[in-house]
Design a binder for this molecule. Sequence first.
Ligand SMILES: NC(=O)c1ccc[n+]([C@@H]2O[C@H](COP(=O)([O-])OP(=O)(O)OC[C@H]3O[C@@H](n4cnc5c(N)ncnc54)[C@H](OP(=O)(O)O)[C@@H]3O)[C@@H](O)[C@H]2O)c1
Length: 336
Amino acid sequence: MLPITKQQWTLKARPQGIPDRSEVDIETRTIDHVPDEHLLIECLYFSMDPAIRGWMSDVPNYLPPIPIGDSVRSSVVGKVLQSEADGFAAGDLVVGTGGWETHGVVPAAYFAVIPADSPFPTHYYLSALGAVGLTPYFGLLRAGKAAAGQTLLMSAAAGAVGSIGGQIGKILGLRVVGIAGSDEKCQWVTDELGFDGCINYKTCGDMETAIRDACPEGVDLFFDNVGGEILDAALMNLNKDANIVFCGSISNYNATEPVPGPYNWWQVLARSVTVQGYLISDYLSEFPEGQAQISEWINAGQLKFKEHIVDGFENTLDAYNLLFEGKNDGKLMVKV
Ligand SMILES: NC(=O)c1ccc[n+]([C@@H]2O[C@H](COP(=O)([O-])OP(=O)(O)OC[C@H]3O[C@@H](n4cnc5c(N)ncnc54)[C@H](OP(=O)(O)O)[C@@H]3O)[C@@H](O)[C@H]2O)c1
């Protein structure tokens, strides 16, 4: 089988703002060896995650920066072509941390086999049965200590994580208010997904007032995917002993200048708020529990989600940047 010629999206320079082809571009490489404890995989789907933008920068993060010259790091679904590790065989479908590349040699430790009898399409393991479902599941239940009767405020509410998170909030008995970037998105989360309200942050005027109107009894749990002005406005609407799940800060990921604020940080003290920095990878050992519950909710018709799958390896970077314009319609993936 080897050598194999592969194509990869190489990180050529640290992006300034939204990444472009001078910073991330397609290169051809040869694979001629698969070391012990590694797999040779053919990549089938890439997950387009906002977090990848952080790994492209040389700043402290929960994973090291992607080295210049390497393929862009990404969650992928792939097919094993050659296994040099116990527990994996040629032909297995697998999910884990690989790269934006047609083929990869990846550490087996970063991958799991997708059950051959799974009733779900493989790309669900990058969406509802992957980080997209598991992030709000553990974020709400564990980090956020969600409890029935509370008011949950969810930013990026029509996005992959936010839309599933809001529905989980409803299943758990919370009152759920979303924040999203268009009337269509707001209508989808209220009319289709059952959120109790949604604020269009682009047209609502003063955010602080808009949240107060939508959450007259205050916010008990703020699940923040966005940061910036939305976080500041939310801080002014929190109840005493509220929880913030700090899940993401997408408004800052492409910043080219230092990001100030949050200006209303004092409210954390004034209202005895708990801010939980939250990483889904901290719950790795509990993924089977989360996947089982989410499968049950999907099968029962209690969880709806959209997947936005862009066709073609060569379209990966353009697809990725849709995230930062709010132009993704559900969980964004590339079919290689
Ligand atoms: N902590 C963890 O373990 C973990 C795991 C997975 C994801 N996350 C985080 O979860 C968040 C959502 O990720 P996702 O994969 O589900 O993406 P997503 O929500 O499907 O897509 C990103 C959305 O963010 C919104 N957005 C983009 N730029 C914005 C800005 N400047 N201000 C306000 N909203 C903006 C856009 O929606 P609008 O049209 O509504 O603006 C866009 O559609 C990200 O912050 C990500 O980093 C964290």
